[in-house]
Ligand binder design. Structure first.
Ligand SMILES: Cc1cc2nc3c(=O)[nH]c(=O)nc-3n(C[C@H](O)[C@H](O)[C@H](O)COP(=O)(O)OP(=O)(O)OC[C@H]3O[C@@H](n4cnc5c(N)ncnc54)[C@H](O)[C@@H]3O)c2cc1C
Length: 287
């Protein structure tokens, strides 16, 4: 186990923000995940699991305890007919490309989401009318020292949530059922989504994607823009000029800048429109 001390989390988050994790390890096998959890338990320290850090705001003072990252090295795939089974650390872009190569349709929506399969299952990630729950058939995870498999029906998928939001479990792998299609059709859809993403989202600036969940009956970005907050800044954190639903790290923002801006947006939108904005981004560690 290659456990690093005081690893800066800003090197592991798409926001490029976050202080040091006391201990940090990128696990490459199920056995290593087990051993790391055992290690944390024996040491009496907390542990958390992360994927690609693309939905995280980590505090400036970092994370006490152990961070287990499941990404590179924990990313094998097996394709059999219309089924793909993959380890949770695989990036969605790679997974979607694997599906494309095998002329399997269903993961096009996920091709531009910069997370891992584990993070996407946890969040029930979705875009352009597709969600993970449309393709997942079962998930294998580690809980209480046991490896368990649950079918889709048991996973309580909802808007940007799954049963894993309420569990202390490590998602190890997932099985997906896709549809046979043609390479060109799948590619065309992926290219279309890519084009829409590039034209609308501030992809050249660090962020964690949409900062807020979509409030029922509204669009977070529109409410924020209508509240006059487009381009509003606190420290280095800014409401994106390109898409008001994104808070971006415009200039060496701290986690406190982002948090302050999030709270300001929530208060302003509530005062003007009576709508409560709930964060989609997950906060971790000490601010
Ligand atoms: C530019 C940009 C665009 C985005 N667009 C979209 C979009 O269109 N749709 C969308 O839904 N999201 C989008 N996101 C957000 C993000 O990419 C997704 O939420 C993604 O699913 C997070 O995956 P991750 O691996 O980065 O998870 P992380 O951010 O590392 O973690 C997210 C949560 O999942 C948990 N987790 C991660 N892996 C595991 C595991 N193996 N076992 C147990 N728990 C785990 C973590 O503890 C954490 O609570 C976007 C983000 C960015 C930066």
């Amino acid at each position: 186990m290659n456990i690093k001390k005081n690893e800066l989390m800003k090197n592991h988050t798409s926001f490029k923000i976050g202080g040091p994790a006391d201990e940090f390890c990128e696990a490459v096998s199920e056995e290593e995940v087990r051993n790391l959890i055992e290690y944390a338990k024996n040491k009496g320290i907390d542990y958390i699991v992360m994927g690609n850090g693309s939905n995280l705001l980590v505090g400036d003072k970092g994370i006490r305890g152990l961070v287990i990252k499941l990404a590179r090295g924990f990313d094998s795939t097996e394709v059999s007919g219309k089924t793909i089974k993959a380890q949770s650390g695989i990036l969605l872009s790679r997974l979607a490309n694997t599906a494309l190569k095998h002329e399997l349709s269903g993961l096009e929506f996920a091709s531009g989401i910069p997370g891992t399969l584990g993070g996407a299952v946890f969040m029930n990630a979705g875009a352009y009318g597709g969600e993970m729950k449309d393709v997942i058939t079962s998930v294998t995870y580690l809980e209480d020292g046991e490896i368990r498999t649950a079918d889709k029906d048991e996973l309580d998928f909802g808007y940007r949530r799954s049963i894993f939001c309420d569990k202390d479990a490590v998602i190890l792998s997932a099985e997906m059922s896709l549809d046979e299609s043609e390479y060109d059709k799948i590619k065309e859809m992926m290219d279309d989504f890519k084009e829409r993403r590039t034209s609308k989202q501030p992809l050249s600036m660090p962020s964690a994607g949409s900062t807020f969940k979509r409030p029922e009956g509204f669009f977070a970005g529109k409410l924020i823009e209508d509240a006059g907050l487009k381009g509003f800044r606190i420290g280095g954190a800014e409401v994106s000029q390109k898409h008001s639903g994104f808070v971006v790290n415009a200039d060496n923002a701290t986690a406190r800048d982002v948090l302050g801006l999030i709270e300001h947006i929530q208060k302003t939108v509530y005062d003007k429109f009576g709508v409560k904005l709930e964060t989609e981004v997950k906060m971790l560690g000490e601010f």
